[in-house]
Design a binder for this molecule. Structure first.
Ligand SMILES: O=c1ccn([C@@H]2O[C@H](COP(=O)(O)OP(=O)(O)O[C@H]3O[C@H](CO)[C@H](O)[C@H](O)[C@H]3O)[C@@H](O)[C@H]2O)c(=O)[nH]1
Length: 401
């Protein structure tokens, strides 16, 4: 597994959060992972990884992903999100790896012309540089496939991923003030923030607040497993929505979070946020029909699992881990809040490095079979076979929408 630092390449001090997450994934799946700290724009580093492992499929998650930030630093967005894809494609090509799953986004649809949005909906009228970078990536991949018909490429258009693993060990841990609704709500509920600002209540929706298609991250993960199976069946170049098909407003989310957490979520209505659309939700039937994938978790699970992660880890991966049943090494430093964000310590990183070295020594050099049975279930219990996340040969990146 390659963890790309692109999300953090402009904030190198935050990078250290990643090993804690990996450490917890290892605890859930009961096996050690291999990851590389590398920049997706570093062609030599990518080539080294392809040389060191027999890879037959890549999931390309890498990208900068904040709509607002993309207005401030558009060149970094284009460089990382588009340049990264080009560098990766070159490396894959050089090493004969022709199967790719790409993380796209419903943002490519822009302000929907009709609802629910299906894959035939026009794309490209994006409302920000981040969205355009995703759309350009899709165009590049389609052109690339037209010239390389022996490849298989699946582009997954995520709607709004939320929730967390049911163990409460891994979940979303935004650095600084959360940009997205659900982590913000969770931080209000846990007492880290005083109130939520709701960006507008005068949209043409059932209660005036924005409507989105929230999808549980576990369902999203399973969508990738389904996509990998399609690659294995030589699917060619395909695009699928990954959503539930249901739209919920901001106030719906607040109400459900209050119900599942038993906590208050104070809010204030403020101005609309630039670039927000009133409503978007998916038609997910193509993924159901062709990939055999359907989201099973509803809003209640999304809120409950998000709350479990947040309440067990009030300051994210910097929290003493109740969920893990142990307290992470802190080298004597105090965990407080974002401003003093302490991340994973040297001791923890040394531990990760040791585990990865030992995992590397154990890994076979031939491809590992991937089957539906090889994925962990929501509780992290093994269903048999080798968990997908441990297939170091297959997975390329981490950290984006
Ligand atoms: O503090 C907040 C945060 C969000 N919202 C509202 O909550 C809804 C969801 O907002 P998010 O920021 O959680 O998600 P977006 O739909 O704006 O953005 C997401 O979907 C986009 C595609 O439409 C991109 O993929 C983007 O990366 C991803 O974060 C919107 O109506 C937004 O106005 C608030 O009211 N207050």
């Amino acid at each position: 597994m390659t963890l790309d630092r692109c999300l953090h390449r402009h904030r190198a001090d935050n990078f250290q959060t990643i090993p804690e997450c990996i450490y917890r994934i290892e605890e859930i799946i009961g096996e050690a992972l291999i990851f590389y700290e590398a920049d997706v724009l570093d062609a030599a580093a990518l080539c080294r990884i392809f040389k060191e492992h027999e890879i037959d499929c890549v999931i390309h998650f890498v990208g900068l992903k904040c709509v607002g930030e993309s207005w401030d630093i558009p060149l970094q967005y284009y460089q990382t999100n588009i340049g990264g894809t080009m560098t990766l494609l070159e490396a894959m090509k050089q090493h004969g790896v022709h199967n790719l799953v790409f993380s796209s986004s419903c943002t490519v649809y822009g302000d929907p012309q009709y609802l629910p949005v299906d894959e035939a909906h026009p794309t490209g009228a994006c409302t920000n540089p981040y969205g355009r970078s995703k759309h350009i990536n899709e165009l590049i991949l389609k052109d690339f496939y037209a010239a390389n018909k022996d490849w298989n490429i699946v582009m997954l258009r995520y709607f709004n991923p939320v929730g967390a693993h049911t163990s409460g060990k891994i979940g979303e841990d935004p650095q600084g003030v959360p940009n997205n609704l659900m982590p913000y709500v969770a931080q209000v509920a846990v007492g880290r923030r005083s109130h939520l600002n709701i960006f507008g209540d005068d949209y043409d929706t059932h209660d005036g607040t924005g409507v989105r298609d929230y999808i549980h991250v576990v369902d999203l993960g399973k969508g990738h497993v389904a996509a990998i199976k399609a690659l294995e069946n030589s699917c060619g170049c395909k695009v699928y929505n990954l959503g539930t098909g249901h739209g919920y407003s901001v106030l719906d989310v607040v109400a459900e979070f209050r119900r599942t957490s038993g906590r208050d979520v104070a809010y204030r209505i403020t101005e609309r946020r630039d670039g927000d659309v009133a409503a978007t939700y998916s038609c997910p039937s193509a993924a159901a029909r062709e990939l055999g994938w359907t989201a099973v978790h509803g809003l209640s699970d999304m809120c409950a699992h998000m709350w479990k992660f947040q309440s067990l880890n009030p300051t994210g991966y910097r929290s003493p881990s109740v969920a893990n049943g142990h307290t992470p090494v802190t080298d004597g430093e105090t965990v407080t809040d974002d401003a003093e964000a302490l991340t994973v310590t040297d001791a923890r990183r040394r531990e990760c490095t040791r585990r990865q070295a030992s995992a590397a020594a154990r890994l076979p050099r031939q491809p590992i079979e991937t089957t539906g049975e090889s994925v962990t279930n929501d509780d992290g219990a093994r269903k048999g076979g080798r968990p997908l996340l441990t297939t170091a040969h297959r997975t390329s990146a981490y950290g984006a929408k």
